[in-house]
Design a protein around this ligand. Structure first.
Ligand SMILES: [Zn+2]
Length: 150
């Protein structure tokens, strides 16, 4: 196969190796592939504090029979799910977990290019799943504990 663009056998739609060797960055970075090369720590502290505030609002709304406050508490409880953060162990960047799949700093891109997996621990999705279970069962346990005292 001839990869020289000046050759009569060169087909620009089929012979892409020349384009890849000349350009440093691929045109489209596969987002799902970058996750295997990230080293992220999921931090739910802000989300936990926010959900505790939501639970406190709901409790106060139930005691005072305030429907607007109850709705606000439920809203805060659900919005707190968006406040889960991530930290990159390579560059130290912190951001919202919703944007974690797009995080590609120099170290992540270097591992992606060399096709080296960054598996030093749980993946960000596994950490998020574990934290979700901890938060849900913590809230359920707190609700059962509170109801048993009534
Ligand atoms: Zn990073």
């Amino acid at each position: 196969m001839d990869n020289d663009p000046r050759s009569p056998l060169f087909d620009p739609q089929l012979d892409t190796s020349h384009q890849l060797s000349t350009s440093r960055l691929p045109a489209v970075l596969p987002i799902e592939a970058i996750g295997w090369h990230q080293r992220l720590v999921v931090n739910p502290l802000v989300a936990i504090l926010s959900s505790l505030a939501g639970v406190a609002l709901i409790q106060h709304a139930l005691r005072t029979r305030n429907l607007a406050l109850f709705g606000t508490g439920v809203g805060v409880l659900f919005l707190s799910l968006l406040l889960i953060q991530f930290h990159c162990r390579d560059c130290g960047a912190t951001g919202w977990y919703l944007h974690a799949s797009r995080h590609a700093c120099a170290a992540v891109v270097a591992r992606w290019r060399q096709n080296v997996l960054a598996r030093a621990g749980w993946s960000a999705r596994t950490q998020l799943l574990v934290w979700s279970y901890v938060m849900v069962f913590g809230l359920l346990g707190y609700a059962v504990f509170t109801l048993s005292r009534m």
